[in-house]
Design a protein around this ligand. Structure first.
Ligand code: ADP
Ligand code: MG
Length: 236
């Protein structure tokens, strides 16, 4: 697709409807960094899934997205790729601190997200960490400072925000809530409110779930700015 603009911010602000890459079916056709393309290629990711085709044109332009698609449809890359590209385009470096937070309801899911982040982020130079509890909080505290991307469970993240000296989310660029419906079902809505109170309002928010329930929409109203609603049912 020769119409794809070069990476490096050219796509920011472009209207998906007008850009040639909005209909992209392959990762190679997206206006993303060569580093991401390499990582994706090495992980054998070639074609976009339906939810990735629907969400990426908006998310890569910096818009908030509220996306619903069934389990196994590829939601993880639909938010990790925009996270990595948002920091890359801002020339985020290790010295810039925390740039993106990904919140997941369970440790197991957080670990899976982290594994996927290692693939897509493999050729980038960001630092990334997991905050999922289960270990000594002191051990995590020693490593959390200076991480560019953190994948966390809600309770543990709030604990660090409250107790870890120097934990600073004041420059956060992207917030992701994965499995937002489950986060709410598990009773984390007060925890989420407290987390959101600690991060800047001017940020990109990407919120994904398996179902688009009313409570997820309520949560969306709480923290999203004019989001794109994406719902993919058939075809993975
Ligand atoms: P979800 O979060 O929607 O349940 P995942 O992001 O966990 O789905 O992806 C499900 C599986 O599909 C994973 O094994 C992942 O590696 C794979 N996958 C995701 N996107 C693609 C793609 N574009 N091409 C091939 N496999 C993919
Ligand atoms: Mg998932």
């Amino acid at each position: 697709n020769g119409a794809a603009p070069a990476a490096g911010g050219a796509a920011a602000g472009a209207a998906p409807g007008g850009a040639g890459w909005a209909a992209a079916r392959r990762f190679d056709d997206l206006p993303i960094s060569e580093y991401s393309k390499q990582g994706l290629r090495e992980a054998k990711y070639i074609n976009l899934t339906a939810v990735q085709r629907a969400a990426l044109p908006h998310a890569l332009c910096g818009r908030d997205v509220l996306g619903a698609a069934k389990t196994g449809s590829g939601k993880t890359l639909a938010f990790l790729l925009p996270v990595v590209e948002a920091l890359y385009r801002r020339r985020w470096s290790k010295l810039d601190g925390l740039g993106a937070l990904v919140i997941s309801p369970t440790r197991e899911l957080a670990l899976q997200i982290f594994d996927e982040l290692r693939k897509v982020g493999r050729r980038h130079d960001f630092s990334a960490g997991l905050l999922i509890g289960g270990k000594d909080v002191k051990e995590e505290q020693a490593r959390v400072g200076g991480m560019n991307i953190l994948v966390c469970t809600p309770g543990r993240l709030l604990q660090h925000m409250d107790e870890t000296p120097g934990f600073d989310a004041g420059q956060l660029q992207v917030l992701v809530l994965d499995e937002a419906d489950r986060i709410l079902d598990m009773g984390f809505s007060a925890t989420l409110n407290a987390i959101v109170a600690n991060i800047p309002r001017s940020r990109q928010t990407l919120l994904f779930s398996a179902t688009q329930t009313k409570s997820v929409k309520d949560l969306g109203r709480l923290s999203l700015k004019d989001p794109e609603y994406i719902s993919v049912h058939a075809e993975a």
